[in-house]
Design a protein around this ligand. Structure first.
Ligand SMILES: [Zn+2]
Length: 253
């Protein structure tokens, strides 16, 4: 059976619910985390149509999640409106410091403008930065001199979540335990000793109740697809990317 299809995703949601976890949006989790909870975080990097498809699947299972949109790359007003209307949270997937080539003032200005565009659809309260592995600039550095809380933001999950207590798994590299292909998406889960590579491993771990009570799953909707031809294309593209990133990482060491 193929992994990273919407069919598999649906199975994952069903199992999480059967294992008696609740779902919270990032905003809710930051404000008042429930005892046993999964936060589904989605970075909308490309193809907002996939975001909509994933949002619908979640909605059919009565699940709320959080979608982070890039501006302008995935800023599709119709889709954002639809996703917000399903009670999902909308956030900003920013990269303003990279775009302004390191100019802090310009990046903050653009950040404000882009945030306002998203706030036409949802009162955005959380943000996540879009990783640019090939750039020497780190967008998180914007917050060394500026406080995002002064922009009505309550959290940037890279900075405001204690990953020694929260299990964080991302589907970067089309596997859940990639570390060599994660340059900016650090693996925080050294504290947890799980070998979860495929979504089927993840479903199994939920089934056996082996996982901690607080979990953030970062699923990039563009990586999930039911169409075999796109799936095959992405599969081989990802393999090539992983090799390139591993090489880059060994050069940087
Ligand atoms: Zn991203």
């Amino acid at each position: 059976m193929r992994d990273f299809t919407f069919k598999t995703y649906r199975k994952l949601l069903v199992q999480i619910l059967e294992s008696r976890y609740e779902f919270q949006t990032m905003e809710e989790f930051i404000m008042a985390p429930k005892e046993k909870v999964v936060v589904l975080r989605h970075d909308s990097d490309i193809w907002p149509k996939n975001d909509l498809q994933m949002a619908l699947i979640e909605n059919q299972s009565n699940v709320k999640s959080t979608y982070y949109f890039r501006v302008p790359e995935t800023f599709n007003e119709v889709i954002i409106q639809k996703i917000a209307s399903m009670s999902h949270e909308i956030g900003y997937h920013y990269e303003d410091l990279v775009r302004s080539k390191g100019n802090i003032d310009e990046s903050i200005n653009n950040f404000k403008i882009n945030l306002e565009r998203l706030r036409n659809f949802y009162p955005v309260k959380t943000i996540t930065r879009h990783g640019r592995p090939l750039s020497k600039i780190e967008s998180l550095d914007m917050w060394k001199t500026e406080d995002y809380k002064s922009h009505g933001i309550i959290a940037e999950p890279y900075l405001d979540v204690d990953y020694s207590k929260v299990l964080y798994l991302t589907d970067n590299g089309s596997k859940w335990n990639a570390s060599s292909s994660n340059i900016r998406d650090y693996t925080y889960n050294e504290h947890f000793n799980f070998n979860i590579e495929t979504t089927f491993d993840l479903i199994e771990a939920f089934k056996k109740n082996k996982l901690p009570n607080h979990i953030i799953l970062n699923a990039h909707p563009a990586r999930w697809n039911d169409k075999l031809i796109i799936w095959t294309y992405r599969y081989f593209l990802q393999k090539a990317k992983n090799v390139a990133k591993s090489l880059l990482k060994s050069v940087r060491k």
